[in-house]
Each structure stands twice: as structure tokens, then as C-alpha cells.
Design a protein around this ligand. Structure first.
Ligand code: B12
Ligand code: SF4
Length: 498
């Protein structure tokens, strides 16, 4: 393939997704870091790259040499529509991300190539093959250490191309990949592997320093790590370096709740600019947590949340509803519990058998999954038969949970408490986020679907997925790929751990 211009151009598309309100709410509108990473990798190979976030802009008219599309499960059907549109114009398409990694056979029906796993080790080959006109089939991206992952130096130019109003927090940084836990319903450990890989704390701080020097004002930052507090020695090292650098950042991170047991670490986090921690609290009953293979103990939640608040750090709590042990009272009980223990921002999700997970395996084997239109896998729509209620009751219950948690009175009471316990400016930010959620869920954003036509997964792809979902987490995507190409390519080296 000869390039259409002096340098080859790749368009990198994040498909639109109105099916879930989370990313519309101010304070949770984040940059598409995966695509920016790929843009920076393409730059290294001499390509020009344009990142297109379809949530905010239309697909461009100009014709690139190659299109890369990222797909999570809920917007995979839209990704396929976009892929078909470009292929009809004669532009080759490569798909990657969580969903194509776990269902590469399905993704290949809609694209010229699919990257299974992470792009760093393999994108150069994809681009070279694209230019040579030999791009085809599956490419396996290994789980390498993160030394090759582009830093803010390379990502900066792509940040600069976004309108400044679009995203808040302004920056996202990934300092680790993977997770050491093994929650039954989680995709992360399938996509990024069990165990955690870390970036060098000095590199992370350096990257933040250079970026914030340009803005002067205090910048909002989100660590996309799945468990920021997984290996506390490393977390301590990073926080110490951040605190010493006195960076003008206010940041949030997702972490397991264990971080709250370490007073020294909490104090350091505050010093380093931490505004809030997102905790996957998941359930208020130990029985449901056991079902999910989650180690949390609800009896400790109140005390641990209070400890975080003592350091004037906010707490966002994620809850999953619809476990087999959850009865109809679970919605009100969860909201009341979350409010009582002082959760500042609450997320309530429908338990969802995401492809490739243990939960998918269990419900699929039991014949309980009735909906395989992936655009419904928004975590706000029930796609399986729950044990103690109907699917419609679970849908309605989760909406009711949002309505109850973000009811006007509760929001006012919460704000009054936050003004006493958190920095007043941050309390106000949280109040605005709460108002955003209240509005979002009143408007029932998630009820719509984004695709032009209904989607139903193909039985052959589902048969492969059933096999993939039985695999231990760190083997799932490789088994998915083997089922498509018969393991034809050399297996990748997998390095996990520090
Ligand atoms: C930050 C984040 C968000 C943010 C911002 C997302 C954004 N705009 O990018 C917010 C908070 C908005 C969000 C929302 C949701 N999220 Co989210 N999110 C994440 C998180 C933690 C990090 C994503 C990230 O930036 N990663 C860093 C980049 C560098 O990695 P990456 O995107 O995976 O890209 C690499 C590879 O995958 C590959 N790759 C990816 N795309 C492509 C494309 C091509 C062409 C190629 C070659 C390669 C390639 O190469 C990249 C570099 O190695 C991930 C977990 C995770 N570890 O990835 C969950 C995750 C992606 N989210 C998930 C989910 C389910 C959701 C929600 C539905 C949750 C909810 N309760 O509502 C919503 C959906 C919102 C919506 N409507 O779009 C799931 C998706 C699972 C799945 N099977 O689809 C994940 C994996 C978490 C999980 N526990 O399973 N999320
Ligand atoms: S849900 Fe969170 S803690 Fe559990 S395995 Fe996934 S990333 Fe790790």
C-alpha cells in the first residue's frame, strides 16, 4: 500500500457510547489514553496520527492510510459499524482493546487485523505490514514491562490537540498495569494479566512535572491504574517522589481498600495532592463478595472510609448489584449503607458477565445469559437471569439506587458533611459531580443504544468465548487467539511482576 500523503496517516477512533452515563459527568470525562498511547507509538514509526473521540466529534471526512479502532464490549458493535464504513472506502482497519482481545474471531469478521493484548510490542509490525499491504490476521501484543510505554513527552502533542474544555480531569496517567486479585467478574486481569507491572516512580513524576509546568494552574489528574495500592512499597515510593516534587496536581486513583489501613501512606497521599480514592467496595454483604471471589469485609468499611476522610481525602465507592445472594432489598440496603459510611460519590452497577470472565463462564454454562447484544453490556442493563428477582427488577433497582443516593435531600446533607470533613473547594466539586449524576440518571441516558442496527453475537464466536471464559485469567486472551489462528504465531513472552 502506498501512503496517500508524504507521511502515512492513521486515524484512531474511540467509538461513541451513550449507553452509560459515567463518562458524560463532569469530573469523569477522561482522555482516551489507550488511543493516545497508540498515536505516540505510531509517531515513533514515522506515522502521523489523529485521535478521534466520537463522543465529542464526528468521524473526519479525510481518508487516512489506516484506521485503528478501540473497542470495549459495550461499544464493540459501534466499532464494527465504523470499521465497515472505512473498509467500504477501501481503508484498512485494525481493531484492538478489551473486547477484540477476548473475542478476536468476532473482531476479525469486521477488520483486516486485530491486536490481541497490549500494543507496545507489536504496533510497529502492524504498521509496517500495513504499508507493505501484507497486514492480516492476528497480532499478539505481549505484557512487557512498561519501559517502552510512551510518557507525557510523547503524549503531549496529542493532549494539545484536544479542546481544553473537553476532558476533566485533564490528564490520565497509567503507572501500573494488571492486578494481583482474581475477582470473578473482572476483565482487567484477562486483558492485562494477574500480577502488577510498575513504571519507575521517577519517570512518572518527571512526566507529570513537565506537563504541569506548561499549565501553571493546578491540574486534575487520574491514575488509570486498577489498584494503585496493590504493592504498598511501590506506592510509597511513588507518593514520596510526588510529595517531594510538590507538583501542582490534584489527583484521584482506584485502589483496593487496604490502603486505608496505612496511616503513613494516607498522609503522604494527601501531601502528594490526592483528592479522592475510588474503592471497589462492590457489596455490603460478605456472601455476595464471596460469590465474586472478593476479599473485602463490609464490617470494616465504615472505619476504613473514616480513616481516609481523616486525611481530608474523598471516597468514591463502586457497588455491584444482582449477585445470586442479592434479594430485592439489596438496592435500598446498599444505598443506605453507602450513605451511612460516608461514601462521597457512589456508582451502582448491574452485575455483568463480561466476555472472558469467570462470571460469563458460570452464567453461560447455566444457560442464564439471554442477551448477547454487546451494546447492552453497559453495566446498567441486565443481560442474564438473576437468581432472586427478574431482570427488569434488577434494571429498575439499579436506577432506583442512583435516584436514592443522589436524591436532593441526601445530596444536601452530604454536602454539609463534606464541607466539614473535606477541603471546601473539593466538597463543592463533589457536590457538582453529585448533581451531574442525579441529572444523568434522571435522563436515563443508558436506555438508548448507539448502533444503527441491533447486534447479536455469532454462535461460532460464542462457542469460542465459552472456551476462553473457562481459562485462568492470565491465559484467556492467548487461548482466545489460539482458537482463531490455531496458535500459528510464535507464543509471546509474558513478563509479569516487578
Ligand atoms: C479509565 C477508565 C475509564 C474512564 C475513562 C475511559 C476513557 N475515556 O478512556 C471512565 C471512568 C469514563 C470509564 C468508564 C467505564 N468503564 Co472503564 N476503564 C478505565 C480503565 C481503568 C483504564 C483505561 C485506560 O486508559 N487504560 C490505559 C490504556 C493505555 O490501555 P488500553 O486502553 O487497554 O489500551 C492498550 C491495549 O488495550 C491496546 N489497545 C487498545 N485499543 C486499541 C486499539 C488498537 C487499534 C490497537 C492496535 C491496540 C489497542 O493497546 C493499548 C496500549 O497497550 C480500564 C481498565 C484498564 N486497565 O484498562 C477500565 C475498563 C476499560 N472500563 C470498563 C468498563 C466496563 C467501564 C464502564 C462500562 C463502567 C461503568 N460502571 O459504567 C464505563 C463505560 C463508559 C462509557 N460509556 O464509555 C471495563 C471494560 C471491560 C470490557 N470488557 O469492555 C474495563 C476494562 C475495566 C474492568 N474492570 O473490566 N472507564
Ligand atoms: S475488580 Fe479490581 S481488584 Fe478485582 S481483579 Fe479486577 S482490577 Fe483487581
Amino acid at each position: 500500500m502506498a501512503s496517500v500523503g508524504p507521511v502515512p496517516v492513521i486515524h484512531l477512533v474511540l467509538p461513541r457510547s451513550t449507553a452509560n452515563g459515567l463518562h458524560h459527568v463532569w469530573g469523569h470525562r477522561m482522555v482516551p489514553l489507550g488511543l493516545m498511547t497508540i498515536a505516540a507509538l505510531a509517531r515513533r514509526e514515522g506515522w502521523d496520527a489523529r485521535v478521534v473521540d466520537e463522543n465529542y466529534e464526528a468521524l473526519p471526512d479525510e481518508r487516512p492510510d489506516l484506521v485503528g479502532i478501540t473497542a470495549w464490549t459495550l461499544f464493540a458493535p459501534r466499532a464494527y459499524e465504523i470499521a465497515e464504513r472505512y473498509r467500504a472506502l477501501g481503508v484498512p482497519v485494525v481493531l484492538g482493546g478489551a473486547h477484540p482481545s477476548l473475542l478476536p474471531g468476532e473482531a476479525l469478521r469486521h477488520a483486516d487485523a486485530v491486536v490481541v493484548g497490549e500494543a507496545e510490542s507489536v504496533l510497529g509490525r502492524v504498521l509496517r505490514d500495513a504499508l507493505a499491504g501484507t497486514m492480516a490476521g492476528l497480532y499478539r501484543g505481549s505484557w512487557d514491562d512498561l519501559s517502552d510505554t510512551p510518557t507525557m513527552d510523547e503524549l503531549g502533542e496529542f493532549y494539545d490537540r484536544f479542546p481544553t474544555w473537553r476532558y476533566w480531569p485533564q490528564y490520565s496517567v497509567q503507572s501500573t498495569r494488571g492486578c494481583r486479585y482474581n475477582c470473578d467478574y473482572c476483565s482487567v486481569i484477562r486483558i492485562n494479566g494477574r500480577g502488577q507491572r510498575h513504571r519507575d516512580p521517577g519517570v512518572v513524576v518527571d512526566e507529570l512535572r513537565r506537563r504541569t509546568e506548561r499549565t501553571r494552574l493546578t491540574a486534575g489528574l487520574f491514575f488509570t491504574d486498577d489498584d494503585f495500592g496493590s504493592e504498598l512499597d511501590w506506592t510509597m515510593e511513588l507518593l514520596t517522589a510526588m510529595a517531594e516534587a510538590k507538583l501542582p496536581v490534584k489527583w484521584a486513583a482506584q485502589t483496593s481498600i487496604g490502603i486505608a489501613r496505612n496511616e503513613e501512606l494516607l498522609a503522604l497521599a494527601r501531601q502528594a495532592g490526592c483528592s479522592s480514592f475510588f474503592l471497589g467496595l462492590e457489596s455490603v454483604t460478605r456472601a455476595s463478595l464471596k460469590e465474586a471471589n472478593k476479599k473485602n469485609r463490609p464490617a470494616e468499611y465504615a472505619e476504613l472510609v473514616a480513616r481516609i476522610h481523616e486525611h481530608r481525602i474523598g471516597v468514591e465507592g463502586g457497588f455491584v448489584l444482582g449477585f445470586d445472594t442479592d434479594g430485592p432489598d439489596v438496592f435500598d440496603d446498599t444505598v443506605d449503607f453507602a450513605d451511612e459510611i460516608g461514601v462521597d460519590v457512589g456508582f451502582f452497577s448491574v452485575l455483568t458477565p463480561l466476555p472472558g470472565t469467570g462470571t460469563f463462564d458460570r452464567y453461560w454454562s447455566e444457560g442464564r445469559i439471554f442477551d448477547v447484544d454487546w451494546s447492552h453490556y453497559s453495566l446498567l442493563k441486565t443481560v442474564f437471569e438473576p437468581a432472586q428477582m427478574t431482570a427488569a427488577e434488577l434494571d429498575a433497582g439499579v436506577l432506583r439506587a442512583f435516584g436514592r443516593f443522589y436524591g436532593r435531600r441526601r445530596r444536601l446533607r452530604r454536602y454539609a458533611r463534606q464541607l466539614r470533613t473535606l477541603p471546601p473547594d473539593y466538597a463543592t466539586v463533589l457536590a457538582l459531580v453529585g448533581r451531574g449524576f442525579a441529572r444523568e440518571y434522571r435522563r436515563r441516558r443508558h436506555a438508548g443504544t448507539d448502533t444503527a442496527r441491533p447486534f447479536a453475537a455469532d454462535p461460532e464466536d460464542l462457542a469460542q468465548l465459552a472456551v476462553t471464559s473457562k481459562a485462568p485469567a492470565s491465559e484467556a486472551i492467548w487461548l482466545a487467539a489460539d482458537q482463531v489462528d490455531g496458535g500459528a504465531r510464535t507464543p509471546v513472552a509474558v513478563s509479569i511482576g516487578r
